[in-house]
Design a protein around this ligand. Sequence first.
Ligand code: SF4
Length: 491
Amino acid sequence: MFRQSKRVTSDRRAFLDAKMVLAAYPLRLSFYLTPPLEEITLEEFETWAIDRLKVLIEIELCVARGKSGRELEAAVMPVVKQHLSLLPSGAETEHERRKDHYSHFILRLVFCRSEELRKKFVRNETALFKLRYSWTLLHERRTFIDANRDVLPWDYIGPEEKQRMSAQLHAALYQLLRTLLALESEGKVTDEMVRQLMAAQEFIKVPFRNVPDLVAQRNVLLSQGMAYIPLTAQLSLLATEFSTRLEQALVRTFRTLPRLDEDDRLVPLLNHLAANFQAFEAGGDFSNPANALDITASTVMLPEILKHMPLCATRQLRGLMADHHLRYGARMQLGVFLKGIGLLVDEALVFWQEAFTSGPGSMNVERFNKDYRYNIRHMYGLEGSRTSYKPFNCAVIMNKPKPSAGEYHGCPYRDLQADALVEQLADLGITDKHDVTAVLDDVGQNNYNIACTRVFELTHKKDGGATHINHPNLYFDRSRQLERAEGKAKA
Ligand code: SF4
């Protein structure tokens, strides 16, 4: 599927007839039934997969936050536009359709490795399929259905059967058709309009187990084990078909995976992709590998990364740099926070070792390896009970005892004296008397999350998308998202 050298690729690609490529991807929607056969470069292999991964992770984040429908679409569309160019306008090129095809199959190799990963991949790919379906035009949908007649397990019912069942169809599907009409037309929906739609409507029938969503919503007529569905409500059916086929394909891919172990070019790339997804997973619902790819031992302390962190994290990092050590509470709180923003375990070991062993009075590497290495690996689920710890949210942090002298865990808004907090605010550039008083008032009323949210808004000079900060990683994630959005707006 790929080749090693870009030069060879460009030479060969010169011979490819663009029409042939377009013919290979005539539709914007795909069930991804046929694996790609052309060769691509290693660079394309990796970048295309990462781009798709970013889209799937955005979907995963939205679903985790309970977004669906229009909210999900609003959040995901910009990411899709940026990374997959599968535009609602249908203006993507054959190159982009090809990228879509290849990236899907590359991520199958990454996500086929466990049942849990397979489930996530199927769920997110199915959500992407549904979104893209909703962005297609009516004639494209028909073309897609026609092109996949061989694989869709539905039968169109003929005029005789439709006539015979008309009363039942009308009774069972009246409300559904009325709702569909109401969505399409702005005026009042009359009974006559519903009757006309019913008369013009093609119906399909499928085994009812294939459409659990529609059955649960009572949007089908059930008769003798078959579900009768108007063609206008076909998305649920297509999505079920899509996810069923993908589930089966992933299991087949998993069985063939051992053969890949012989390929020393592919395996590191796949491991890298899997590690990025796991970093996102480990970070709970808020970290974003789209951001996290640049988080390493050498970048954590850079101003451009530090400026996105909440006060609790920056305070712990300052304590770490000053003391070349952190006690268990702060070590754990900061460790899982950094893990959540994307610091992979190998990088974490480098980061903690350097922090503990550099500077006057610090310990040596042997002592670090003996006393702390296990602890860091344990945090990442690689030792002991193999529990992969998630970053603490603010509630967990504030449930723990307040720090004593020389300790840095906890929430600064709760734990610092007013003058020390004012100093920290000044470091963030918050010196306006009115602003400082507002933060101190929040603190005085024990509204620590509101104080933190206020600081977020003041330091970002705008409303952070009505985000209520209740998690340090949410703070970091939102801050980077805002910066990314501003960067795009300026570009
Ligand atoms: Fe950290 Fe939460 Fe406190 Fe903000 S409110 S400083 S995120 S613990």
